[in-house]
Write a new protein. Sequence first.
Length: 293
Amino acid sequence: MGYSFLITAREGLEAGLIVAIVLGYLARTDQRRYWPHILLGTALALVGSVAVGAALEATASELSGKAQEAFEGGAMLFAVAVLTSMIFWMKRQASTMGAHMRQRVDVAIRSGSALALALLAFTAVGREGLETVLFLFAGTSGSGSSLLYWGGAGAGLAVAAAMAWVVYAGSARLPLRSFFNFTGVMLIVLAAGLLVNGMKELHEIGATPDLGPRLWDTYTILADNSEIGRFMATIFGYDSSPLLGQVVAYTGYLALTLTLFAAGRGRPAPPAAAPAAAAMTGDAVPALEGKHG
């Protein structure tokens, strides 16, 4: 539940902020007539994301044995790559995202293309939706109760929607920078768990090189196929008898990724764009405040 909640809360808020920025900007510039196009693009992106998720689930259910384990293990490793790149992309781009989105809206309006506005919402929200579907699918293996897992996903989306509405309404000052920094660290921990889980799936079918000996065995203390063990495996990649390669990969990934994240490595925001976009990741959201009608 914790995994799915964090994924949907983080990804849902990113998508919600995009919609809030665009709708707020259109409202302040007396362009509300374009709202239906933004909402249509958003709705189509959500439908498309759900369709992709259904296709992934259907594909996995059609497979069995080694083919299914290979598919799930490969999905986990791919999710790690996408998740890691998304975390650093967001850290680099968050401070200028608001200004960038408003600039794209201006270009679409000047061109007189309502389709361009719909596509803007579709591509921006669709990217977040596809990432969410991929991460949720990768985390379903060993997640325990499906009711709790999808309940957590629904709760995360509800929290994201509420926070996005607060940002649009300008009724409160949200610590977005702190939120994204905290969830960024948590997502790195989740990605480390996905990494070793994916390696485990592939190793069991002989699709990886020798990962060395098993370093310890805590099965009698906490079995990785118990309720708590499956939860720990989903969140932290817990394995009651891990291989040397898994431990090295886990600790190495965490050490390197957390160090780079803490250092804030990435392309800095252009000075001219910083004031206009401070609302996106600062402790307040002044760019979305003001009248909306």
